[in-house]
Design a protein around this ligand. Structure first.
Ligand SMILES: Cc1cc2nc3c(=O)[nH]c(=O)nc-3n(C[C@H](O)[C@H](O)[C@H](O)COP(=O)(O)OP(=O)(O)OC[C@H]3O[C@@H](n4cnc5c(N)ncnc54)[C@H](O)[C@@H]3O)c2cc1C
Ligand code: SF4
Ligand code: SF4
Length: 406
């Protein structure tokens, strides 16, 4: 068996409006987008009920983060070299392959010509999973791997994906013919094209080609790592964001309604991790994957500190004021005091930080759609987003909400 992941070639993407090229439009039946797409009329309660056995609660933390059995701070012991955090995501998938629970994993590896660009790959050995470690910036057609994986004879698979990919996977999975699909999700926010991301890197450093790692951390810093082993922490306040073009972040990612990957079996992020990773175990399959890691993973309870209402209100007020797109990044004048307030000692931490980010993203989705695609609001904004934004006075206006929005 080869040590290199398989990199299938795909059909071209079909032209679509709001689209992150999750791969469905490149499959045999591109019309399946109509049924699968997060950006048309998503049904979270119904899909949660099918996947997790019940819809998310509305009044507790499930209202923010989706259905869960347990949440943890977590780290792999030892951390995996080259991982974005400590390698829980690829570690869970490698363990499924090691135990023979799945035959193949569908995930992203770095493109051979641009290591920041994601390239969909089929990985069939635990060792191959090391190629998938680390975060890439941009979109790539993960779900277009499903047909080649089935054609290669894989019956039980794992899929690692971001929320818009996992939504489409869940809508199609019953018709795909696989015996079993394990779903490992990460949260996702502020994605953009790989080309745009290179422009951002070039604003951060004179030698963007030497940057090997970037992360927006929960302590209000961006961490950069360089090929020579150096590291740099940049406070959010000092990011050169005000001169980014207005379309730097596509409308899809400014209006995305699922930050925490509500339909994954297990979500692996960092927002409530207070320096560690953050696990949301959503169902029995997620619990089974986590338990199998045994003492290779250290778990601790999640914690919550500080108050989020002030910074979230500030964010929403300024999002309202912005003429179009990217208010957070285009208003350094207001960014400074708000982010200053948010700085480590006083700002929300742990679960409270995660709730704040989910609220900000819900507000962004409503305000950007209202400004740019108001006719789509009625179908695109699910009930959980309206509930998350309601305490800040963001409620549906006439024609903006379906009775069955969940
Ligand atoms: C664009 C983007 C934005 C994110 N934003 C947040 C955030 O706001 N808050 C948060 O808590 N977490 C966010 N994450 C997830 C976070 O960065 C880590 O990936 C996650 O915490 C897992 O770390 P790890 O060490 O376990 O991953 P690793 O073991 O290093 O594995 C990384 C996994 O990510 C997958 N991957 C990498 N790039 C992409 C991509 N472009 N598209 C799809 N899959 C990809 C790979 O297939 C791999 O399986 C984001 C991820 C991406 C890709
Ligand atoms: S994001 Fe996926 S499902 Fe939606 S239009 Fe694009 S390819 Fe189709
Ligand atoms: S922010 Fe949302 S729409 Fe954009 S890539 Fe991430 S999950 Fe997809």
């Amino acid at each position: 068996m080869t040590d290199a992941p398989t990199l299938p070639r795909f059909a071209d993407a079909a032209p679509r409006g709001l689209c992150t090229d999750c791969g469905v439009s490149r499959m045999t039946n591109p019309a399946a987008c109509g049924q699968a797409c997060q950006f048309i009329k998503p049904d979270y309660p119904g899909t949660e009920a099918r996947v997790h056995g019940r819809a998310a609660g509305q009044t507790d933390d499930e209202g923010f983060f989706g259905v869960y059995q347990a949440m943890y701070r977590a780290r792999m012991t030892p951390p995996a070299a080259g991982a974005q955090w400590t390698g829980i995501t690829t570690g869970l998938a490698a363990d499924l392959l090691r135990r023979g629970v799945v035959d193949a994993v569908l995930a992203m590896v770095p493109d051979a010509t641009d290591s920041w660009a994601p390239r969909p790959a089929i990985l069939t050995t635990p060792d191959q999973m090391q190629h998938a470690r680390g975060m890439r910036m941009g979109y790539a057609p993960l779900l277009a791997l499903l047909e080649p994986a089935a054609a290669a004879g894989h019956r039980r698979i794992a899929v690692i994906g971001i929320p818009c990919q996992i939504y489409a996977l869940r809508k199609l999975e019953a018709d795909l013919g696989f015996e079993r699909i394990y779903v490992i999700g990460t949260p996702c926010s502020d994605n953009t094209t790989t080309a745009n991301f290179h422009g951002f890197l070039a604003r951060l450093t004179d030698a963007p080609e030497t940057v090997t790692y970037l992360e927006f951390r929960a302590d209000y810093h961006v961490e950069l790592r360089f090929a020579d082993g150096n590291r740099r922490l940049i406070p959010f306040l000092q990011l050169p964001l005000s001169d980014l073009p207005g379309d730097f972040f596509p409308l899809t990612c400014r209006t995305c309604v699922d930050y925490t990957n509500r339909l994954a079996d297990i979500t692996v992020g960092y927002m409530a991790g207070m320096g560690d990773q953050w696990l949301i175990v959503r169902n029995d399959r997620g619990a089974e994957m986590l338990a199998a890691l045994g003492d290779r993973i250290a778990l601790a309870p999640v914690d919550s500190r500080g108050k989020r209402a002030g910074p979230v209100k500030g964010f929403i007020a300024n999002t309202r004021l912005a003429a179009g797109g990217l208010p957070l990044r285009r208003m350094p004048d207001w960014l400074r005091p708000i982010m200053g307030w948010l700085m480590p000692k006083m700002g929300p931490k742990g679960l409270e930080f995660a709730r704040a980010r989910v609220e900000m993203k819900a507000a962004e989705a409503i305000l950007h759609l209202r400004r740019e695609e108001p006719a789509k609001m009625k179908n695109m904004i699910p009930g959980h987003v309206w509930r998350i934004a309601a305490p800040y006075g963001l409620t549906p206006e006439a024609g903006e909400r379906h009775d069955d929005a969940g």
